[in-house]
Structures are given as C-alpha cells and as structure tokens.
Design a protein. Structure first.
Length: 308
C-alpha cells in the first residue's frame, strides 16, 4: 500500500523535543527499579557478534543466558523460582549450531537468533542473503535478524525494498524474522517511518533499529518514530509487530527508559519478550551490578559477577 507512505511527514523538532523530555524522566528506586530491571533481563537478546567468536565463548554466553542473575540475588528478591532467563541468544550463522546444542544440553528452551542477509552491511546479492537465511534456519535458529539494503531506501525504491524483505520472510519459514533498518544510515526520520511500514507490510515479526555496527545506533527520536509506525500499522491491520532497539544500550538506566517509552507509546501488552527485545552485549553486566547493589548495599567486585 504505497499510499500509506507516499505523503509521510515527520515533525522532526517535535520528535527531538519529546526525546529530550524522555532523558529527564525520573529514575526508579528500590523494589520498583529491581522489578523493571528483571523485566528488562527477560527481554534481552544476549549477543556476541565478533570475528573471534569460538564455540567456548558461545557456550559461556549460553550459560549466562540461562542464569543471567546470580541465584542468591534472585532468592533475596524471592524471584528464584520464576524462571528468569534472557529473551534469546544472538550469534552469527556459523555459531548457531554451537548455541543450539549448548542450550539443548542445558535443558532450556531459550531461542537462538541468528543475524543473516549480509549482516551488517547488507551489501551482498539477494540470492546469497536468502541462502544464508535458509542455512541459519537449517542449523536451528528460531529467530532471524535480517538487515535491509539501505540503498533501496535512499533511492526511494520502496517496491524493491518490499520484495526483498518479503523474500527474506519466505526464506525464514517458521522462524521469526526481525528486520534491521540500520536507521543511522537512512538519512531522515521520514525514511525511518517509511522503511518501518514497508518492513511490516512485507511480514516482519519485529522491526529493529540498528546492527550495532553503525556510527549511530538506537536513539530515542528513531525509537519514537518506529513505535508510532508500529502503532499505526496495528490500528490499520490489527497485527502487533515487535520492536527492538539495539546498539549502544549499555546501562540499566537506559534499559528502564526504553521499557518506559515502550509502555507509553505502545502499551503494557508490548512489554513481553514476544513483542519487545533489547539488543545488547554488555547491558546485562550493568543490570546485574545494579541488582547486586539493591540486595547488598554495595557494588560487586569484578570477580563476584560471572561475565556474560
């Protein structure tokens, strides 16, 4: 439905002004903060996307995914029997089998997500992208994080973008597909809105801000625009699409702010791992540190918290 996006206008000053107000929101304290942080943990895609990834560090990541917060800390909060794990483990396609086998051996049902489709640049032929997606699914990935070809957005080839994402969705089969827009490289907030709409029309289960490899990653202005697109799409179709900010989210305070923003823009029903994820590799460490402080009144030394 090109008519949906042909006359899109984004009031950038208003969006930026709203984003500045978000940064001034009061910080939660005490048990309220701990509760929001545990909610954030359940929505994290615990990620390792490095050239030096090995089976051993993927194994360690999977163990951390199953035990994101120290057991004694959860017991102190009376949350030890609530089955708190992260939302997913995210790796490159070559490491999917390692993650799947490790999680299966650990007896947990945490899904494995795989980046694909020419991540992070998207500058590979379409056939190569589709083959990579199919292989990741074959290896056992239950979620696929694809990345769009930014050139299609920058040159206004909306039908081409739709067709590419649609083919990627078909290649995913039963796996959930998150579409990374790489918003820092789209040129304008209007393009972010249009790309969000096209991605949802083409069947994306989630739309995601960034690869984490761009100069500019998840920002509040971009998040606001993407969530408004999700809301509009829901009003028009009745279909709920998930949202995932990714890249540069490193502190517990930032995680809570994103959760609060999602609650404000989309509602409480989006505050579940099925409709909201945080893409992060170092965030969990700070969240566990804050929970440690809440329980003990002191900050943990480096060796007291297991590394993610």
């Amino acid at each position: 439905e090109l008519g949906w996006i042909s006359k899109v206008y984004v009031n950038r000053p208003a969006v930026v002004r709203h984003a500045e107000q978000i940064k001034k929101w009061k910080t939660l304290k005490g048990n309220w903060q701990a509760a929001w942080l545990l909610k954030a943990v359940t929505c994290i895609d615990l990620t390792t996307l490095s050239g030096d990834d090995t089976p051993s560090n993927v194994h360690r990541l999977c163990f951390k995914a199953k035990h994101p917060i120290r057991e004694d800390l959860l017991k102190a909060l009376d949350m030890h029997d609530k089955g708190i794990t992260v939302g997913a483990v995210c790796v490159y396609p070559a490491r999917v089998s390692d993650a799947v086998n490790t999680l299966k051996a650990a007896g947990c049902n945490i899904p494995v997500a795989s980046v694909a489709a020419g991540f992070p640049s998207g500058q590979t032929p379409l056939e190569t992208k589709l083959t990579e997606i199919r292989l990741a699914v074959e290896y056992g990935a239950r979620e696929i994080d694809i990345v769009i070809s930014r050139s299609l957005v920058l040159t206004g080839q909306w039908e081409g973008l739709y067709e590419e994402i649609r083919l990627c969705r078909a290649a995913c089969g039963e796996a959930h597909m998150k579409t990374i827009l790489a918003t820092g490289e789209l040129g304008s907030l209007a393009n972010v809105y249009k790309a969000s709409m096209i991605a949802m029309m083409a069947g994306s289960d989630f739309i995601k801000t960034s690869t984490g490899k761009e100069v500019e990653n998840a920002t509040f202005p971009v998040g606001i625009v993407m969530m408004r697109a999700i809301k509009e799409y829901y009003w028009q179709t009745g279909y709920k699409v998930g949202f995932k900010p990714a890249g540069g989210i490193r502190t517990a305070k930032e995680a809570i702010t994103w959760l609060m923003l999602v609650k404000q823009e989309l509602g409480v029903e989006w505050l579940t791992p099925e409709l909201f994820r945080l893409g992060a590799s170092s965030l969990l460490g700070d969240i566990e540190q804050q929970i440690f402080y809440h329980v003990t009144g002191t900050y943990a030394l480096q060796h007291e918290l297991a590394m993610a």
